[in-house]
Design a protein around this ligand. Structure first.
Ligand code: NAD
Length: 246
């Protein structure tokens, strides 16, 4: 099937779905200037980083966790949504999807106007004291790290970012997204290798799955439709097609 036919099929899936949801990953934000993890040159090119960004390192050596690990994420705070995020927000407004489940921590879906967002790996808006659970804005954490000290609370405890770290249990929003996926019959995956567990189990709950991703994914064999093109191109053309067909 050629690209125009695949795009039409994607539009038809959305139009005919009883209830649909999107699932996004780091690949939807590369066009906003945020590198993904698994593409060449992505963050996982450094094998030690997974350990540095773990709950264990945060507990044993918060200075190292923040200085060599978490500080890599601060540029995300300045990023702006791209057309792929904007079209997903439009799809929600038009009633084609009920929301977005995202593995991303960048907050770009909300910045683009999506209202129902399940952040299954947390977010970059805040952090929480590991002793007294007081919540602090990310700017407080960033200021401390930029002054070369791990962020600490008034009570003396260290503050951890509200991001899911290696070794953390999955947050409540993940379990909510499982319940949402079970209610849906169609899932549109955008920009994820579907390698990260357990987020990559979500497609199995729906009858039909379409994937828009540059590279291969671990769900390609089971998917009903795969479009290996850039997310923003596909999403913009999908929007035009849906507008034309309606
Ligand atoms: P991943 O890095 O495993 O996979 C990204 C996929 O996106 C790749 O297969 C790549 O081919 C594809 N891709 C890259 N640019 C694309 C584009 N313009 N259009 C279409 N596809 C494109 O990402 P993942 O599956 O989300 O897993 C990585 C984990 O890292 C996630 O858990 C996520 O929380 C985290 N992460 C988040 C961010 C972010 O918040 N923006 C950035 C990096 C990593």
């Amino acid at each position: 099937m050629g690209y125009p036919e695949s795009l039409q099929k994607l539009a038809d899936y959305l139009k005919n779905a009883r209830r649909a949801i999107a699932l996004t990953g780091a690949g939807i934000s590369t066009e906003s200037g945020i590198p993904d993890f698994r593409s060449p040159g992505g963050l996982w090119s450094d094998p030690g980083l997974m350990e540095t960004l773990s709950r264990r390192t945060l507990a044993r050596n918060p200075a190292l966790f923040y200085r060599q690990g978490f500080s890599l994420f601060f540029p995300v705070l300045e990023a702006k949504p791209n057309p792929a995020h904007e079209v997903l927000a439009w799809l929600e407004q038009q009633g084609y999807i009920t929301g977005v489940v995202t593995q991303n921590i960048d907050g770009l879906h909300q910045k683009a106007g999506s209202r129902r967002v399940f952040e299954v790996h947390g977010h970059m808006r805040s952090g929480t004291c590991m002793e007294c659970t007081e919540v602090y804005p990310m700017e407080y954490i960033r200021a401390a790290v930029e002054q070369e000290r791990p962020p600490s609370c008034e009570c003396g405890g260290y503050i951890r970012p509200d991001v899911t770290l290696f070794g953390d249990p999955m947050p409540h929003q993940f379990w909510q997204s499982v319940e949402e996926a079970k209610k849906c019959d169609f899932m549109l995956v955008v920009g994820s290798s579907l390698e990260v567990s357990p987020a990559n189990t979500l497609p199995q709950y729906v009858d039909r799955v379409a994937i828009v991703n540059l590279g291969r994914t671990s769900y390609d064999r089971q998917a009903d439709l795969i479009i290996n093109e850039k997310a923003s191109k596909v999403m913009l053309e999908l929007k035009s097609l849906l507008q034309k067909n309606s």
